[in-house]
Design a protein around this ligand. Structure first.
Ligand code: PAF
Length: 285
């Protein structure tokens, strides 16, 4: 697997992959790869002839008090995992290549970015939308794959691709979970053993609330119970536990308010300073 750090080499390498025929898939990541990322690579390999992964810890999507400096960086291990998984190219630009001197453009998506993490992490989705637009332009893949774990990010990327007529198919891939249900995330590495045990309360609280809502119990009561369960497990502050329309991400308080779309239960909360997010599909029975 070739590791590429400049745009000209990338362009030539992707052109060579295209000459071999078939579709090219892109899996954008910030590295610190885990089984969730490898599921994206595997799905990319099922859907395309060649898979390009990117690793770029994007400074513009971190807030001033967030974990940019501490974010795990281990490119050699990541590259070995990608090679083993049959990835064809690794695009690993540095910050000066991605944001050269004079860089002055921001891609800002409205609507779907306004609540949830958009409210809790001001500017975060501008950073994500800008870098994802650049990655899609740099690699020009036929398809790009993103995990459903970052459900709002996936909705933002679907919106920007539709709005900017970008010629790429966006594929969402189901969340990978540990045996106790915790969604895999590079940030789980920040949890100490006691916090890691307590963290299982997040998928449990969401699962309990989703089942209650699916049985027809009032949404507000189910959300309040999930909130309480998280507090009892040591989570705090709790940014949100909300039932939303899965496309617009507007909060809803009845399952049939998600007009024509699925409903999604989403939560974000801190556990000992580590911010965890998760989400589940909620379908009427
Ligand atoms: O999900 C991530 O790892 C990042 O937000 C992404 C999509 C690679 C953009 O930096």
């Amino acid at each position: 697997m070739q590791i590429i750090r400049d745009r000209d080499t990338l362009r030539n390498a992707v052109a060579a992959l295209r000459e071999a025929g078939g579709r090219v898939a892109l899996v954008p990541t910030m590295g610190a790869l885990h089984a969730g990322h490898m599921a994206l690579i595997a799905e990319g390999k099922r859907r395309a002839r060649a898979v390009v992964a990117s690793i770029f810890v994007n400074p513009t999507q971190f807030g001033p008090n967030e974990d940019l400096a501490a974010y795990p960086r281990r490119e050699a291990t990541d590259a070995a995992m990608l090679e083993e998984a049959g990835c064809d190219l690794l695009w690993a630009p540095d910050v000066a290549t991605m944001y050269p001197a004079g860089f002055a453009t921001t891609v800002s998506v409205g609507g779907v970015t306004e609540g949830l993490d958009g409210a809790a992490r001001p500017g975060h989705f501008n950073g994500v939308a800008t870098v994802v637009t650049k990655l899609l332009n740099q690699v020009a893949p036929d398809i790009a794959l993103f995990g459903e774990k970052d459900f709002q990010q996936l909705a933002v990327i679907r919106r920007l691709v539709a709005d900017l007529d970008l010629p790429v198919e966006i594929v969402g891939v189901a969340t990978e979970r540990d045996d106790d249900g915790l969604a895999l995330s590079s940030r789980n590495a920040y949890l100490d053993p006691a916090q890691r045990t307590a963290a299982r309360a997040l998928p449990r609280a969401l699962g309990e609330a989703a089942s209650a809502i699916e049985r027809g119990e009032p949404v507000a009561a189910a959300l309040a119970l999930a909130h309480r369960r998280l507090g009892e497990a040591g989570f705090g502050p709790i940014d949100y536990v909300l039932l939303c329309d899965a496309v617009t991400l507007a909060p809803i308080d009845r399952l049939d308010d998600a007009t024509g779309h699925e409903a999604r239960l989403l939560a974000a909360a801190k556990l000992g300073g580590v911010r965890l997010i998760d989400n589940l599909k909620v379908a009427p029975r």
